[in-house]
Design a protein around this ligand. Structure first.
Ligand code: WQD
Length: 340
């Protein structure tokens, strides 16, 4: 049985990926400092799979703690999610984001090198493309300076990994997610934002729950079919599946480059109002919303060309947007009215 370390494994995408890795037959170890999640997610994962992953509360900025972990566990591959990810907060506190996201990454890579651990998967983001000139966005699309320090830590992270794998002849894959949505079918795990949600779907579900008065729709004067911005909403369970396939590719030695990039999206763009409409219809409820000014830093449109992941990972999105809207709502109802 191969041992896989998942950093940030108690987080939103991390927890779904831990479930998928366990169900694919891997032994999973989790490192998470609980800075953006709750310890109870550990039990929730165990409840879904019946197998308790090994868990350590380690801050990746503490190199010695990371190194000691690798000295005491034989790890075959690493999936690295651990990072701060709030776009707005990153604009206010850039150094906190650069220190946490980049020092954490560098410590992870250095400890892997020191303990001869290969096979690294990096959680990246479509934000590295900025506002792309053409749709859909493929891996050949030129990168632009991301709109936020958060996005810049993803772009810089990819560059750090590229230099690392060239120097060490290791293999790595960067997965560039579009907009992750939805929750596990058990409603036991899902997206639990800290404080007021930045992302659209948690704000929609909290509005439906009565936690928020109404949803602010950030701008309806974009050059799109209904004036609201277009994004590619990809189900978190499909994202988790892509990580399993990417790790299998690395372990089987099928990488054709030291560092490979894959876009993970549904391939379909949806406007904000289309998302609201889909959520209302499938859950048979109404969402209060009001049009607000555009949000600084927002791009107009982004949706993925995922053909490279389909051809080389054997992956494709399987979950309908309506299903993601349903599971997001079911998870919110399980959370209840508790807001962080
Ligand atoms: C989606 C759309 C908003 C909230 C960012 C990161 C990305 C990824 C996901 C972290 C936009 C609109 C939103 C609201 C709104 N990383 N919106 N009212 O900005 O596309 O991507 O989060 O997880 O790397 O860049 O996602 O969900 O914030 O916004 O109208 O209350 O919904 O303007 O058009 P975004 P988002």
């Amino acid at each position: 049985m191969k041992n896989i370390l998942v950093t940030g494994g108690l987080g939103y995408i991390g927890s779904h990926t831990v479930v998928a890795l366990q169900q694919a037959g891997f032994q999973v170890y989790i490192i998470d400092d609980l800075s953006n999640t709750q310890l109870e997610v550990w039990d929730k994962i165990t409840g879904i799979t019946g197998v308790q992953p090994v868990y350590y509360n380690i801050d990746l900025k503490d190199f010695n703690a990371v190194s000691v972990f690798f000295q005491s566990h034989k790890i075959d591959g690493v999936v690295h999610f651990a990072a701060y990810k709030a776009v707005g907060e990153s604009v206010e506190k850039p150094l906190m984001y650069y220190r946490n996201n980049l020092v954490g990454l560098i410590n992870m890579l250095e400890a892997m090198e020191e303990n001869n651990v290969g096979h690294f998967i990096f959680s990246s983001s479509c934000t590295v493309y900025g506002q792309a000139d053409h749709m859909p966005i493929s891996e050949a699309t030129p990168l632009k300076k991301p709109e936020s320090p958060y996005g810049n830590t993803k772009k810089m992270g990819e560059e750090i990994i590229e230099d690392f794998v060239k120097a060490t002849h290791k293999k790595a894959i960067a997965l560039r997610y579009f907009n992750p949505v939805g929750a596990h079918s058990s409603a036991a795990i899902g997206e639990v934002p800290n404080g007021i949600p930045n992302n659209l779907i948690p704000y929609v579900t909290q509005t439906a729950m009565g936690i928020r008065e109404s949803l602010g729709v950030f701008g309806n004067d974009y050059e799109t079919r209904d004036g609201t911005a277009v994004r590619d909403y990809i189900d978190v369970n499909d994202l988790a599946d892509a990580h399993v396939k990417a790790m299998q590719r690395l372990l089987d030695g099928k990488n054709t480059a030291n560092l490979e990039f894959f876009n993970l999206g549904s391939g379909t763009g949806s406007t904000v109002l289309e998302i609201v409409d889909a959520f209302e219809k499938v859950n048979n409820l109404k969402i209060n919303y009001e049009i607000k000014p555009r949000r600084a830093g927002d791009i107009v449109e982004a949706y993925a060309d995922y053909s490279k992941a389909k051809e080389q990972l054997g992956w494709e999105p399987k979950t309908a947007l309506q299903t993601s809207m349903q599971t997001a709502w079911e998870f919110q109802q399980q959370l209840g009215k508790q807001a962080e």
